[in-house]
Design a protein around this ligand. Structure first.
Ligand code: FCB
Length: 444
């Protein structure tokens, strides 16, 4: 921590989840169809989401725990497939459910940060062409207008799309691998996502964020997104933002971008910039007009003159195979600020580690917070830190990579906060109640 550092008053400390990963039984979504089509024993999708951790019913307990631990913010998502399970049919019960969640967060003193789309789409949307269908922006904006009813309960921060750059990357190699694998009903031999998973077996494809990918065996680097998909996502984001602002001008609208922390080896600066451009920077540049931008960082990717390099042989690896690299979030904040400029506030909306050893989570988080503090001390407008994840959850094909501050028994759904949750919560409580006396780091 920089000497004499104090967290700014109002700085949010929270934790994040995504609906498909925690709610359970997201049966109208494309991912559910993919999980069903993949079947038991699929080499790339070890487990189905099933009940997940039943947060659809247990959210009050989850929020009680977070508030009780001292947190001041909770990022959760609204599941489009529940709001609009069939095109044009809005489930009023689902709307009421999420309205209650927003009120529940506010009642407990948790600032809600709400995501409208976190990787999963309604199956009908994917079946009719997904993001590149000509009317996709319009359909997403219509959903956003419905979502505004929920957000109107008192939400300030809303994210349209989670990691559009990862959606675009996925789509990029879907298109390369797509031939004959487009039965998104899930009833046939494959789905678009199944094609993606099959492509993930190729050593040239990315080492993260591929639904169904086995996290253990990692390659490195990411395929380049198709620019048409990138443009479609930017159009969808802008259409949703306009719909949200029209419905409720008080909403602060942004999106959250996956930051791979591309680090140029000496002499590889141009190669790193060329690599980062279509995979990351174009999505950050699209946030220049937004009210805020979400930074999500876990590790780094070193770039040599010929492209991405593997992690150093002696590097500590996490359960996802990623290099243990706590300063990544600081690099990501600086890179993001450099592109969006000084007028777009930053929220760290995801940062964390998959580990079965909570002492490594404590070490990782301490290092990450020191990097965030340095960025704040340098005058970068960072408004909060939301750890991924509040709960151990369904990590896109497997429950094995445990990112949670809170452990969950998969049979009884009993929640048990880990030491990392207590330490980060205590820091949050100290920063909230006495910002001028906040301790320096969660780890003692
Ligand atoms: C992020 C995703 C989140 C989770 C973490 C580990 O990129 O947004 O859902 O998978 O990675």
């Amino acid at each position: 921590m920089p000497a004499g550092f104090r967290w700014p008053a109002g700085f949010l400390f929270g934790a994040s989840t995504a609906p498909h990963q925690v709610e359970g039984n997201n049966t109208s979504s494309d991912m559910w169809a993919f999980e069903r089509a993949a079947g038991p024993g699929h080499p790339l999708l070890k487990e189905r989401s099933g009940d997940a951790v039943d947060s659809y019913h247990r959210w009050p307990e989850d929020m009680d725990l977070l508030a009780g631990l001292g947190f001041s913010a909770y990022r959760f998502g609204i599941e489009w497939a529940r709001i609009e399970p069939e095109q044009g049919h809005v489930s009023r019960a689902a709307v009421a459910h999420y309205r209650a969640m927003v009120r529940g967060a506010l009642d407990r003193g948790l600032t809600p940060v709400v995501t409208l789309h976190h990787f999963t789409s309604p199956l009908w949307f994917t079946a009719r062409g997904g993001w590149t269908a000509p009317d996709a922006p319009e359909l997403f904006a219509a959903y956003a207008t419905t979502a505004a009813e929920i957000l109107g309960e008192g939400v300030e921060y809303v994210a349209t799309l989670n990691e559009p750059n990862m959606i675009a990357v996925m789509q990029g190699f879907l298109q390369a691998a797509a031939s004959g694998a487009a039965d998104p009903s899930g009833s046939g031999s494959g789905t678009d996502l199944a094609a993606a998973a099959a492509a993930a077996a190729d050593p040239e494809v990315p080492d993260r964020h591929i639904p169904g990918q086995e996290h253990g065996a990692v390659a490195h680097g990411l395929p380049a997104p198709d620019p048409a998909v990138t443009e479609a996502l930017i159009r969808a984001h802008r259409a949703a933002r306009a719909a949200l602002k029209a419905a409720d001008p008080r909403l602060k609208v942004g999106w959250t971008v996956a930051n791979q922390v591309y680090q140029a080896e000496p002499g590889a600066e141009a190669a790193a910039a060329a690599y980062s451009g279509p995979r990351e920077d174009v999505f950050l540049a699209a946030a220049r007009e937004d009210d805020w931008v979400g930074v999500q960082a876990y590790t780094r990717t070193r770039i040599g003159p010929d492209g991405p390099l593997p992690a150093p042989a002696d590097a500590e690896r996490t359960l996802t195979g990623w290099e243990f690299y706590p300063p990544s979030v600081g690099h990501a904040i600086r890179h993001t600020a450099g592109i969006v400029g000084p007028d777009v506030p930053i929220l760290v909306t995801e940062n964390g580690i998959a580990t079965a050893d909570d002492t490594r989570r404590v070490a990782y988080t301490s290092g990450a917070l020191a990097a965030v503090a340095e960025a704040v001390a340098d005058g970068i407008d960072v408004r909060g830190y939301l750890h991924w994840s509040a709960l151990d959850n369904y990590e896109w094909g497997s429950y094995r990579p445990t990112f949670g501050l809170i452990a969950v028994d998969r049979e009884t759904f009993e929640r048990t906060p880990k030491e990392s949750a207590r330490l980060l919560g205590a820091l949050a409580a100290a920063a909230r109640t006495a910002p001028t006396d906040a301790p320096d780091a969660p780890a003692g």
